[in-house]
Design a protein around this ligand. Structure first.
Ligand code: PGA
Length: 255
């Protein structure tokens, strides 16, 4: 982890804890985050829990993210939620282009770029997700695939001085218990950093590159020790405040 970037640990609750349970989990996250002043803790509940969780974390160090947004401000888009709505709910972050959105809902690179742009237009910092499938990794296409995904939104994030986050999440590691080892993760993170650097040196310095895919309390420290891993996007383990807190503690830097 590079000392110029504060570690960021984000919990993606996916389609879990959309009601009362979400408020309880958020309370528990506030409790551990108060003891971690050097770590940015972000939680991404389902839409139905956003307003209640926003109340719970108000005045605490925990920040609120949505898991998705629609790139238009308002209009006849049944079932969709816009950037201004998320902002009004208290979100300061939004996850964009998660592999489940790309794979299950057919989101393209161009649509992910459009969403990234809409997020930035509304004071929502995007956590833009990229990552290869198992088939692509086995075919030796990991870096080509990830570069193509990043190229689609590179201009968008280079146009703003805001510090966005990119999450490298190998699809084969999400929810499977398989993690990229620190060496595999660092190889891709370093490549991403070099592409950002080529575009703009300051962009490479300010962008936090998170690792995601079966991050747990027992593998977090090794991943977070990699020089280009600036944090983690955590799914399953973020549903338990004990393990999410342990991951966040693993991100602390020696003072
Ligand atoms: P996981 O999910 O930690 O359960 O593998 C990560 C993610 O999908 O963001």
């Amino acid at each position: 982890m590079n000392p110029s970037r504060r570690p960021l640990i984000a919990g993606n609750w996916k389609m879990f804890n959309g009601g009362r349970a979400g408020v309880e989990l958020a309370e528990a996250c506030v409790a551990f985050a108060r003891d971690l002043p050097g770590v940015d803790v972000v939680i991404a509940p389902p839409y139905t829990a956003l307003a209640a969780v926003a109340d719970t974390i108000d005045g605490s160090p925990v920040a609120l993210a949505a898991q998705n947004l629609y790139p238009k401000d308002q209009g006849p888009f049944t079932g969709e939620i816009s950037g201004p709505m998320l902002e009004e709910c208290g979100c300061t972050w939004v996850i964009v282009g998660h592999s489940e959105r790309r794979q299950i809902f057919g989101e393209t690179d161009a649509f992910v770029a459009e969403k990234t742009s809409a997020a930035l237009a509304h004071d929502l910092l995007p956590i833009v997700c990229v990552g290869e499938t198992l088939q692509q990794r086995e075919a030796g296409e990991t870096l080509r695939v990830v570069k193509q995904q990043i190229d689609a939104f590179l201009d968008v994030i280079a146009r703003t001085p805001k510090a966005v986050a990119i999450a490298y999440e190998p699809v084969w590691a999400i929810g499977t218990g398989k993690t990229a080892g620190p060496t595999e993760a660092e190889e891709v993170h370093a490549a991403i950093r070099s592409w950002l650097e080529k575009k703009d040196a300051d962009l490479a310095k300010r962008t936090r590159i998170l690792y995601g895919g079966s991050v747990k309390a027992d593998n977090a420290a090794a991943l977070l020790a990699c020089p280009n891993v600036d944090g983690a996007l955590v799914g399953g383990a973020s549903l338990d405040a004990g393990s999410f807190g342990a991951i966040a503690r693993a991100a602390r830097r020696p003072s």
